[in-house]
Ligand binder design. Structure first.
Ligand SMILES: Cc1cc2nc3c(=O)[nH]c(=O)nc-3n(C[C@H](O)[C@H](O)[C@H](O)COP(=O)(O)O)c2cc1C
Length: 159
């Protein structure tokens, strides 16, 4: 395989940029994610690719709930903040306004919209990222406007 072609082709898959909120008991965390897509209408399911060695994956495996916070076009700085690992930055949510959702996960006050999900399945034994399939059990819209995409940020995650 032409590895350069593989990289360029995979990076052409369009993606959004989200802040995924997680919890484990009373600990909260959130991280920037882009590998997310809807995978069923009924029930409403989303699939999230999550790094197996991240702190958030440990948390998601335990409490089996997560939020997806959608950002507006000018909210790249929020995504930038949540890229850093909790192990380096400590309490990432401390400078950010949020409330707890119905499932106890953090919902960013500044996000344009959100969904809350309960984990139904965790797959992808081979990969360096697990695929977490979550059922959307709650949703809200703060501002009905276009969402931030990976292309808007100029970043890459993939290839
Ligand atoms: C543009 C971009 C997209 C990212 N997308 C994902 C993703 O889809 N899934 C994931 O697990 N990590 C993704 N990351 C990496 C996480 O944001 C990063 O590993 C974070 O530090 C994890 O936080 P935690 O260790 O506090 O859980 C992405 C990073 C960047 C820069």
């Amino acid at each position: 395989m032409d590895l350069q072609a593989k990289k360029i082709a995979l990076r052409k898959i369009p993606h959004g940029v989200y802040v995924v909120g997680v919890k484990q008991d009373r600990e909260l965390n959130a991280f920037t994610a882009t590998w997310l897509t809807q995978v069923s209408f009924t029930p409403p399911l989303v699939a999230l690719g999550i790094k197996k060695d991240s702190h958030s994956f440990e948390m998601i495996k335990r409490d089996r709930v997560f939020s997806v916070n959608l950002l507006g076009k000018h909210q790249k700085p929020i995504a930038e903040h949540f890229v850093k690992p909790a192990t380096v930055l400590g309490e990432k949510l401390k400078e950010v306004r949020y409330r707890l959702g119905r499932t106890g996960v953090p919902l960013l006050e500044e996000a344009i919209a959100y969904v809350e999900c309960e984990v139904r399945e965790i797959a992808n034994e081979q990969g360096d990222h697990a695929v977490v399939i979550g059922e959307v059990v709650e949703a809200g819209v703060h501002k009905d406007e276009p969402a931030l995409t990976l292309t808007d940020t100029g970043w890459h995650y993939g290839g």
